[in-house]
Ligand binder design. Structure first.
Ligand SMILES: Cc1cc2nc3c(=O)[nH]c(=O)nc-3n(C[C@H](O)[C@H](O)[C@H](O)COP(=O)(O)OP(=O)(O)OC[C@H]3O[C@@H](n4cnc5c(N)ncnc54)[C@H](O)[C@@H]3O)c2cc1C
Length: 467
């Protein structure tokens, strides 16, 4: 697809739609910097213009003008994405949703909420908790990522294991199409058998089919009690094997997270927590149980202990203060930052049926040995979702650029052969695009390309992503 370059006249016309003070022009090199990258590796792309509209009507006018003039538009949330989705790889306009940040309504009668996409996930969670309600999806980046970004990536997070991912809480959305029309995708109801499910089609579409401008969520009552424990294992694979055994014992934890020794050690150092681990501890599970009744939670915990006793585990730490719980969660949520502060890295977001986790972990380490790369693995083990951080360390640039992609292909082929796929929650975006053929066949890709063509006949919305 050939795109046009923004002329000074077009730049002025686009900025005038929202008011010049809400546009970042190319002359403002410093202001532009923030929009050149997200959290994906060390990638940077310079847009020609950044626009910060306030509502769907402004976005509609922007889209019409860009569609008419064949200018690429890259929607952007908070820029915490890990697959390069918010990067303006073809230049053009970055459309930031940071000013669409209102919680419009919390409807306690229907357990629903209507919000704009630029609301920070944690801000929304706290607002509904204050009313005794719960919005469970909680990516580890929840303190900074936006709800619109969460929808676009169909984000998960630690609590997905019990409560499901973002897509399970969306009832309806207002979107602006690449051609400028504004439409709702569904209805504000819990059941809907009326035509194709456009809401779910747009979720996880990574900003390639439309710009989300309003979201209607369903909520659930807030479970006020929880119990958090950190369990050390002497063998990594046993930690993975324990995951499916806990479910087989009839327990559904509200979080079940895996961290290799390096993940904990690096993060403890990064946060200055000074955690001490026994020499022989190779991996940990962070387990959380939640509910309404503490006595029932203790009973569930006993059953978890019974499962754990059948493995070679060290001393289990049960957090008995809120501060201890917070510290354990802070540790888990910061693994990605800790790895990033250590070295250039690539993060793979693999997912397999959870009983296959030990096979996946063993396979990753074997592939790493053959291709001479180190990996730090952690993630949402309860969902079979293993984040594999491949660390560049002292690997040569040549090996990193040319040899490593072959190793990554092997990891992805292994996932697919185990019944899994190549992204559980971070999306395909830019960086996983070369590998999509490993997970999707020609028929699937043909249908997806056809959908893209229908929504976006000129291919201007977030080009260079997914396909
Ligand atoms: C430390 C760390 C931990 C993380 N932990 C998790 C985790 O546990 N689980 C998880 O799933 N992810 C996690 N992530 C990844 C990331 O935070 C999520 O993908 C998040 O949902 C991205 O939100 P964002 O607002 O930053 O989106 P951005 O990065 O700005 O954009 C992501 C994609 O969404 C599109 N987009 C954004 N807003 C809109 C909109 N309104 N309309 C249409 N398209 C839009 C963009 O074009 C882009 O393709 C983590 C990231 C970091 C850095």
């Amino acid at each position: 697809m050939e795109f046009n370059i923004l002329t000074p006249e077009l730049t002025r016309a686009l900025a005038a739609i929202i008011g010049e003070e809400y546009a970042v022009l190319p002359t403002d090199a410093e202001g532009m910097q923030h929009y050149t990258h997200d959290e994906t590796e060390d990638l940077r792309y310079m847009p020609e213009l950044v626009l910060k509209p306030k509502n769907a009507a402004e976005i509609s006018r922007i889209m019409r003008l860009c569609h008419e003039n064949i200018i690429p538009v890259t929607p952007r949330g908070a820029g915490t994405g890990l697959s390069g989705g918010a990067l303006a790889v073809h230049g053009g306009v970055v459309l930031s949703t940071e000013r669409l940040n209102a919680i419009i309504q919390i409807d306690e009668q229907n357990l629903q909420a209507t919000v704009e996409p630029g609301v920070i996930t944690q801000v929304f969670q706290e607002a509904v908790i204050a009313r005794g309600l719960y919005y469970p999806p909680d990516p580890s980046s929840r303190g900074s990522c936006f709800l619109g970004g969460n929808l676009s990536e169909s984000s998960g997070g630690p609590r997905a294991v019990k409560y499901g991912v973002t897509k399970d809480y969306v009832l309806n959305m207002e979107v602006v199409l690449p051609t400028g029309e504004i439409t709702w995708t569904g209805a504000n109801v819990l059941k809907n058998a009326t035509g194709y499910n456009l809401t779910q089609l747009l979720i996880g579409s990574e900003g390639t089919l439309g710009v989300i401008t309003k979201i209607v969520f369903r909520l659930i009552p807030y479970p006020p009690q929880n119990l958090v424990m950190l369990v050390p294992f002497r063998k990594e694979e046993e930690a993975c094997a324990a995951v499916s055994r806990i479910f087989m014992a009839g327990i559904v934890p509200s979080a079940l997270e895996f961290m290799e020794r390096d993940a904990i050690e690096w993060t403890s150092r990064y946060l200055g927590l000074g955690m001490v681990m026994a020499e022989d501890e190779r991996a940990h599970l962070l387990i959380e149980l939640d509910g309404n009744d503490m006595d029932l939670l203790y009973k569930d915990a006993e059953r978890v202990y019974e499962v754990l006793e059948t493995f070679d585990v060290g001393e289990i730490l049960v957090a008995d203060t809120e501060k201890q719980k917070e510290d354990l969660w802070r540790l888990r949520r910061n693994v990605g930052h800790a790895v990033k502060s250590n070295s250039i890295y690539k993060e793979e977001d693999t997912v397999v049926p959870r009983a296959q986790l030990p096979v996946l972990l063993r396979g990753v380490k074997e592939i790493g040995e053959r291709y001479a790369f180190k990996s730090v693995c952690y993630g949402h083990a309860g969902d079979g979702n293993l984040h594999i951080n491949i660390v560049k360390g002292d690997m040569s640039d040549d090996d990193w650029d040319n040899k490593l992609p072959e190793g990554i292909k092997e990891i992805f082929r292994l996932c697919v052969s185990l019944g899994g796929t190549i992204s559980g929650e971070h999306g395909i975006g830019l960086v996983q695009r070369p590998y999509i053929g490993i997970a999707l066949n020609e028929v699937q890709l043909y249908l997806m390309r056809g959908i893209k063509q229908l929504f976006d006949p000129r291919g201007i919305l977030n080009p260079g992503k997914i396909f």
